[in-house]
Design a protein around this ligand. Structure first.
Ligand SMILES: Cc1cc2nc3c(=O)[nH]c(=O)nc-3n(C[C@H](O)[C@H](O)[C@H](O)COP(=O)(O)OP(=O)(O)OC[C@H]3O[C@@H](n4cnc5c(N)ncnc54)[C@H](O)[C@@H]3O)c2cc1C
Length: 402
C-alpha cells in the first residue's frame, strides 16, 4: 500500500521545524515526507540585519539542511515552488511536479512595496542571505566610489532606512556600530555619513511599550541616527527619497534606500485560491487552512489571531510553536486521532540596538540595554538547540553576548 505523501514547502523557521519534529514523531512506514526549499541551507532570518550591516558574516546564519534532517526519513528537494493546484493535490516546482496527500506551507514573507512609486524597482530589502549580502556590498561600493571620485557626491554617504519596526530599528542599530569600520577602510571621515530612519508618524516600534520605544529612539539618536517621523512616504525616484511632513514635501538624496516597512505573504498561494486575510492564509487554531483540510500553514504565511481577534505579530517564535503543533497534528491525522489547537503563549518581544543595547518585554517586564541583548541571544541559541542539539548549538551558537 502507498504511504501518504507529506510535502513541506519552505525550510524557514516554520518549515524546517515541522520537518525536524516529523522525523522524530513518525515511523518510517507511516508516511513519505518531502521538504522543498530554494537553497541547500536554512537561514536564521532574525539575524539577517547583522549580515546586511556586516557585523555577522552570512555563513554564521546559514545551516546546511543535510546536517539537520534524517535523509532516510525525509527527501529533500532544492527547487522553486511555482504554484499549488489544490483540486489535483499537486505542487508545481520549477523543475518537476509533486503529488501530496498533506501539504505544509511555510513560504514566509515577501517585501511589500505598498504601491509607492520607485520602491519596488529601486529600493533594497533584506529578505534572505543574498539580499542581506547585496545590501552590505552596495553600501561598501558607494563608500568606495565616494572615496575614489575627484568630485565628491555626498549622497553616496547618505543611507536611508524606510519603515521603522523591529527590522528597521535592529538594522539601524547594527549599521551605526559598523559605519566607523567601513569609514576607516575607505579613509572617510565618519561625521560625513548620514544615517536616516524614516518612520511612521508617532511610531517607531509598533507593538512595543511606549517607554521601550522611547528608549530605543534615544539610544539610536545618541549614536547619530536621524529619526524622521513622516506623514507620508511619496516616492523613491532619481536617487531621492521623497516624503511629506507637516504638509511640506522634503527630499533626501541617496543611492541607498533600504525598505523595511512592510511584508506580505508569498504570491504562490495568492494564486492557489486559499482564503486570505491581510495577504496571509486564514487558518483554524489547529493550523489547517479554513477552506482546505489537506493544507497546514505555518509562520508568516498563516493569519492567526489572539483571543481578542487581533492578528498575532509574525515572529520566529510564533513560527516554531505552530510547527510543533502542525507536526503533532499530522501524526494525529495519520493515526486517526483528534487534532490539537495551537494556543500561542504570550510572546516576549525584543529588538536589539546594536551589539550591546536593546529593548525587550519578558513576562510583561521591561528589559533595557545589554540584558535585552542577552534575552535575544538566549532565544536564538535555544532555537539552534531545538533544531540540531548540542552539535549545532556549538557550531552556530551566538555566544558573543556583548
Ligand atoms: C532582518 C530581520 C530581523 C528579524 N528579527 C526578528 C527577531 O529578532 N525575533 C523574531 O522573532 N523575529 C524576527 N524576525 C521575523 C522572523 O524572522 C520571521 O517571523 C520568521 O522568519 C518567519 O518564519 P517563516 O518560517 O514563516 O518564514 P521564513 O523564515 O521567511 O522562511 C521561509 C523560507 O521559504 C523559502 N521560500 C520562499 N519562497 C519559496 C519558493 N517559492 N520556493 C522555495 N522556497 C521558498 C525562503 O527562502 C525562506 O527560507 C526578523 C525578520 C527579519 C527579516
Amino acid at each position: 500500500m502507498n504511504k501518504p505523501h507529506i510535502v513541506i514547502l519552505g525550510a524557514g523557521y516554520g518549515g524546517i521545524m515541522t520537518a525536524v519534529k516529523l522525523q522524530k514523531q513518525l515511523r518510517q512506514n507511516e508516511a513519505e515526507i518531502t521538504l522543498v526549499h530554494k537553497y541547500d541551507y536554512h537561514f536564521q532570518a532574525s539575524c539577517l540585519h547583522e549580515n546586511a550591516a556586516g557585523t555577522l558574516h552570512q555563513d554564521r546564519s546559514k545551516i546546511k539542511i543535510k546536517d539537520i534532517i534524517n535523509r532516510s526519513k525525509i527527501n529533500f528537494i532544492i527547487d522553486d515552488v511555482m504554484s499549488i493546484k489544490r483540486d489535483a493535490k499537486k505542487v508545481r516546482l520549477k523543475n518537476r511536479e509533486l503529488h501530496y496527500d498533506l501539504l505544509v506551507i511555510g513560504l514566509g514573507f515577501e517585501p511589500r512595496a505598498e504601491g509607492i512609486p520607485g520602491l519596488e524597482e529601486h529600493a533594497y530589502s533584506i529578505t534572505d542571505i543574498n539580499s542581506a549580502r547585496f545590501v552590505r556590498e552596495h553600501i561598501e561600493y558607494n563608500f568606495a566610489s565616494y572615496a575614489n571620485a575627484d568630485k565628491k557626491d555626498d549622497s553616496k554617504l547618505n543611507i536611508v532606512i524606510g519603515g521603522g519596526g523591529i527590522l528597521g530599528v535592529e538594522f539601524a542599530g547594527e549599521l551605526v556600530h559598523q559605519i566607523p569600520d567601513i569609514c576607516r577602510e575607505f579613509d572617510i571621515e565618519k561625521t560625513q555619513v548620514r544615517l536616516y530612519m524614516l518612520a511612521e508618524k508617532n511610531s517607531l516600534l509598533p507593538g512595543f511599550d511606549k517607554e521601550l520605544e522611547h528608549y530605543a529612539a534615544t539610544s539610536l539618536q545618541s549614536r547619530g541616527v536621524e529619526i524622521i517621523h513622516s506623514d507620508q512616504l511619496k516616492a523613491y525616484q532619481d536617487n531621492k527619497v521623497i516624503y511629506e511632513t507637516e504638509e511640506t514635501e522634503r527630499k533626501i538624496p541617496t543611492h541607498t534606500f533600504i525598505w523595511t516597512g512592510g511584508v506580505q505573504a508569498n504570491p504562490v498561494f495568492e494564486k492557489a485560491g486559499l482564503a486570505l486575510k491581510n495577504k496571509k492564509i486564514e487558518v483554524h487554531s489547529n493550523m489547517l487552512s479554513t477552506i482546505d483540510d489537506s493544507i497546514f500553514v505555518v509562520g508568516e504565511s498563516a493569519y492567526v489571531t489572539n483571543e481578542n481577534g487581533e492578528e498575532i505579530s509574525p515572529t520566529a517564535k510564533k513560527a516554531i510553536e505552530e510547527a510543533a503543533v502542525t507536526a503533532k497534528n499530522i501524526a494525529s491525522r495519520l493515526r486517526n486521532k483528534e487534532l490539537t489547537s495551537c494556543r500561542p503563549v504570550k510572546q516576549g518581544m525584543f529588538a536589539t540596538l546594536g551589539r550591546d543595547d536593546g529593548v525587550a518585554t519578558v513576562q510583561n517586564r521591561r528589559v533595557f540595554g545589554w540584558k535585552a541583548v542577552v534575552v535575544k541571544r538566549i532565544h536564538d541559541n535555544h532555537y539552534l538547540y531545538q533544531l540540531g542539539g548540542w552539535q549545532l548549538l556549538l557550531k552556530k551558537g551566538h555566544f558573543h553576548l556583548l
